[in-house]
Write a protein that binds this ligand. Structure first.
Ligand SMILES: Nc1ncnc2c1ncn2[C@@H]1O[C@H](COP(=O)(O)OS(=O)(=O)O)[C@@H](OP(=O)(O)O)[C@H]1O
Length: 198
């Protein structure tokens, strides 16, 4: 098993993975592209000083969404996924909802176990919700005495983004999201706005 978010969007990866093994099972965790962009921005901003999200999202403050900015471009999932379908059938993929992975980790991980043909060993009591972190964490060991949350670079606080900008991005992504839902046969409900800012 190997993982990297960049595999999904890097041009030559589908062909190279197919050359390696055409039977590879592919798991893709996807979340609302707007939250994903803000998460991406937050990660970069934690390393160096950059302009505001609102400034970077548009070309010269014009209201035209800057699709050359990676944080925006990566969320156009339908375009990236088209390239994968040239090499792998839809049945090779499981799309995991990033939102549900937080809300209902057992539900999403049960689907993962089934997709991979694994024995279903994960249970409800393997998780607890850490209120401070705001995320589910794992309980390891028979005495539940070895809890494990992801590190502090996962689950950072996101900045508040101007709602006008969020709405503009919502309109920008809507057709791409619709296409993506159609391609994969799942509605992730990002356009309902119910998931933005967890
Ligand atoms: N259980 C749990 N604990 C902490 N974080 C969780 C968890 N489940 C999902 N997430 C979300 O994972 C996001 C980080 O994933 P990344 O794709 O950036 O990770 S990586 O690039 O593959 O290393 C991270 O994004 P941010 O919230 O923007 O930090 C989380 O929202």
């Amino acid at each position: 098993m190997e993982k990297s978010p960049s595999y999904f969007v890097t041009h030559d990866v589908p062909r190279r993975m197919h050359n390696m093994s055409k039977d590879t099972k592919l798991l893709v965790v996807v979340r609302d592209p707007i939250t994903r962009a803000i998460s991406d921005y937050t990660q970069t901003a934690s390393k160096r000083k950059i302009k505001s999200f609102e400034k970077l999202a548009f070309v010269n403050n014009s209201g035209v969404v800057d699709t050359s900015w990676g944080a925006i471009r990566i969320g156009v999932y339908a375009k990236h996924f088209e390239k994968w379908l040239k090499y792998f059938p839809l049945s090779s993929f499981l799309f995991v909802s990033g939102e549900e992975l937080i809300r209902n980790p057992l539900g999403e991980l049960t689907k993962v176990q089934q997709f991979l043909g694994l024995k279903e060993v994960i249970q409800e009591d393997h998780f607890y919700f850490n209120q401070t972190k705001g995320f589910p964490c794992l309980i390891r060991g028979v005495n539940n005495d070895n809890p494990h949350c992801l590190g502090k670079t996962k689950g950072r606080a996101h900045p508040d983004v101007d709602p006008v900008v969020v709405n503009r991005l919502r309109e920008f992504y809507r057709p791409f999201n619709a296409k993506f839902y159609h391609m994969v046969g799942t509605n992730f409900h990002w356009d309902d706005g119910q998931y933005y800012k967890r």
